[in-house]
Design a protein around this ligand. Structure first.
Ligand SMILES: NC(=O)c1ccc[n+]([C@@H]2O[C@H](COP(=O)([O-])OP(=O)(O)OC[C@H]3O[C@@H](n4cnc5c(N)ncnc54)[C@H](O)[C@@H]3O)[C@@H](O)[C@H]2O)c1
Length: 357
């Protein structure tokens, strides 16, 4: 059984930066000392220090050709620095642009002049075992391109973005037929708007409140939010976020959930407002309004460390196709939607070999 895991990254933005820095941060941490922020220091015997980054793809001229240790801090990335990263000897290679850079992002990113590499070939040459898709929202064609490269090179695909692969029956079958696992879609942050909103909505329902309406507004100051100013790119994000909350209510309610604005001085902080209105005992009104402020990229990094470790276990056990419990625990739009507590139970059972997938 292997514990080490060789990871490739597509999209070296804030999320990739937080994952690379977080992996280093926890690799230099003693188990009993400071593992604050991780769900488990060792999961199925796998520690953060077992994660190795072996390949990286981007298209921005500030990142392509750079060592991964530099590219994660290159503009327009703007998340916090929590670790110094030594040279990795992983050069960021130019992937295929396709629809990765939309109208808004195109104002902030200059595409590298170099030629694109054969991504599947790089995955094979670097012996990558998992590729994480961290492309901008709305990159439907580019996501399919990287998923196809994974099928070609027999690499597990973890899809952090809301383009539907792990939750799509056709793609599920393709991964199953190639004997490769996949998980996704759209990473669910550790304590972000989605897990908070769906858990509170479930609490209202469980406690007999009839919900009349709910909304969730989100704003941030990074390229993720700038990109989502393009209305036509954010449809899948709305579907993904809304489906996660809607699955907790056994009846239809008016709901508005999604990215709401870009506020440049927020940098990589994200602010979300959740509002729920309903009625309870005696048909009397109840209303909840809450605000959450987080550093967005770090909110997803620990979850991705769990997804990588779960995928390592799936590879060790030769499990292929969509990984249901990892997807339900770590992603907003999984093949099977479930309450958070159930998803965590299933995930831990999977880790402990009491559940197949
Ligand atoms: N908590 C979170 O931050 C969170 C949660 C859920 C989902 N996500 C999703 O994860 C994704 C990554 O988020 P981020 O904040 O790192 O975004 P980002 O904009 O900082 O990074 C995206 C990167 O992809 C690169 N890129 C664009 N087209 C490409 C292509 N064709 N090939 C390779 N690289 C390409 C860009 O140059 C950029 O470096 C987004 O889709 C975001 O919605 C993030």
């Amino acid at each position: 059984m292997r514990n080490k895991v060789r990871v490739a990254l597509a999209g070296i933005g804030n999320c990739a930066s937080a994952l690379v820095q977080g992996t280093k941060y926890y690799s230099s941490t003693e188990e009993k000392n400071d593992a604050i922020g991780l769900t488990a220091y060792s999961l199925g015997g796998i520690r953060p220090s077992d994660i190795e980054f072996v390949a990286a793809f981007d298209v921005a001229d500030t990142k392509v050709g750079k060592d991964l240790s530099e590219a994660i801090f290159a503009k327009p990335n703007n998340t916090l620095r929590i670790a110094d990263i030594e040279r990795t000897d992983v050069e960021v290679k130019k992937g295929k642009v396709l629809d990765g850079v939309g109208n808004h992002l195109g104002q902030k990113i200059k595409i590298s002049d170099g030629s694109s590499v054969d991504v599947a070939r790089v995955l094979r040459e670097t012996n990558a075992e998992i590729l994480i898709n961290y492309l901008p929202v709305g990159s439907r064609e580019a996501t399919k391109f990287y998923a196809s490269a994974c099928l070609d090179a027999k690499v597990c695909f973890l899809n952090a973005i809301p383009v539907f692969i792990a939750s799509d029956p056709d793609w599920q079958a393709q991964f199953k037929n190639r004997d490769i696992p996949c998980a996704g879609d759209d990473v669910m942050s550790q304590l972000g708007a989605t897990v908070l909103h769906k858990t509170i909505v479930k609490l209202f329902v469980d406690r007999g409140v009839k919900i009349d309406e709910t909304y969730q507004l989100n704003m941030g100051g990074d390229m993720d939010f700038y990109n989502m100013l393009d209305d036509e790119r954010l449809e899948d994000k709305r579907v993904s976020k809304t489906s996660a909350v809607a699955a907790m209510v056994p009846y239809e309610i008016p709901m508005r959930i999604g990215p709401s604005d870009y506020i440049h001085f927020l940098q990589n902080d994200k602010i979300c407002y959740v509002s729920i209105k309903g009625k309870y005992f005696g048909n009397t009104p109840i209303e909840l309004d809450l605000k959450l402020r987080v550093v967005d990229a770090y909110n997803s990094a620990g979850v991705m460390i769990d997804a990588i470790r779960g995928a390592r276990l799936a590879l060790n056990r030769s499990i292929s196709g969509p990984l249901e419990s990892i997807s339900a625990y770590c992603f907003k739009h999984p093949p099977v939607q479930m309450p958070y507590s159930q998803a965590k139970t299933n995930f831990i059972e999977f880790v402990n070999e009491r559940r197949d997938r």
